[in-house]
Design a protein around this ligand. Structure first.
Ligand code: FE2
Ligand code: FE2
Length: 267
């Protein structure tokens, strides 16, 4: 079983560049081609938010077209750059949204895993929230699958990363504490898969491993100093592949663009 995770696509309308210089549509095209060319086809793809850049219907239409070549199920969730109404206008007919109400939250099976997608979107704010409603829904979903390994997918990571300008727009600390309290009652959460950081980062959180995926487009600059300049760069873009191996989830960072090799160890 392979669950691919792509993140922070920030798709712009045709003819537009993100931040004046990032052709995010071209980046996603390369990412989709890379996934299609993988020797072992992922069973599903989860997209951990910031699907588009400004939240317009035209952006979601462009995203829909760019994702069309993927033949496995694709499960998008929302980030701070998204817009619930515009997203639903384009993706609203998808079966995974059938039982959703205000929040874009749903659960699905992929191989042995139960994936629970959470909505941390807080309209107009860069940071994320998990209100009582969303947390109660999560609690119910977790109670229903106590014997199945679970992955929680959400845009904002529940931990501080040490990158000050990104931590200023993280998940609200009170909501992260509520999430931790719920997780402490469930020992079957294998991972919390997040986006938002545009970097691959891991941390222990409430008895499980929380990690963020790189963006398949631009990356956030690794600025750890308090006065570090906020910005992005063109470090090689990537995505994650989560494999179920020997009753454990194993996560591999995968680069999108070509590089030399493989070469034989025997020369
Ligand atoms: Fe993002
Ligand atoms: Fe974000």
């Amino acid at each position: 079983m392979i669950l691919a995770q792509i993140s922070d696509l920030h798709i712009a309308e045709p003819g537009q560049l993100v931040c004046g210089r990032v052709d995010t549509r071209a980046f996603l095209e390369r990412c989709v081609a890379r996934i299609r060319a993988l020797p072992t086809r992922p069973d599903a793809v989860v997209i951990t938010g910031d699907l588009v850049d400004r939240g317009t219907v035209r952006e979601y239409e462009a995203l829909h077209e760019l994702l069309a070549p993927l033949t496995m199920p694709v499960y998008p969730l929302l980030g701070n750059h998204d817009d619930r109404a515009a997203f639903r206008q384009v993706f609203g007919g998808a079966p995974y949204l059938r039982h959703t109400r205000e929040h874009v939250q749903y659960a699905f099976n992929v191989g042995e895993l139960r994936v629970i997608a959470l909505d941390t979107h807080d309209p107009g704010q860069p940071g994320g929230r998990l209100c009582a409603d969303r947390l109660a829904w999560l609690s119910g979903e977790l109670d229903a699958v106590r014997r199945q390994p679970v992955v929680i997918a959400m845009h904002h990571p529940p931990f501080a990363t040490g990158i000050p300008f990104m931590d200023a727009s993280g998940l609200a600390p009170d909501d992260a504490a509520e999430l931790a309290a719920i997780l402490s009652e469930h020992g079957n959460v294998e991972r919390i898969l997040c986006g938002h950081l545009h970097r691959a980062i891991q941390a222990w959180f409430a008895g499980t491993i929380a990690m963020t995926a790189p963006s398949c487009a631009h990356q956030v600059a690794l600025g750890l100093e308090p006065d570090a300049l906020s910005g992005f760069n063109f470090e090689p873009p990537g995505f994650l592949q989560h494999l179920w191996v020997d009753q454990m989830l194993v996560s591999h960072h995968t680069l999108i663009d070509p590089f030399p090799g493989p070469f034989s160890f025997s020369g």
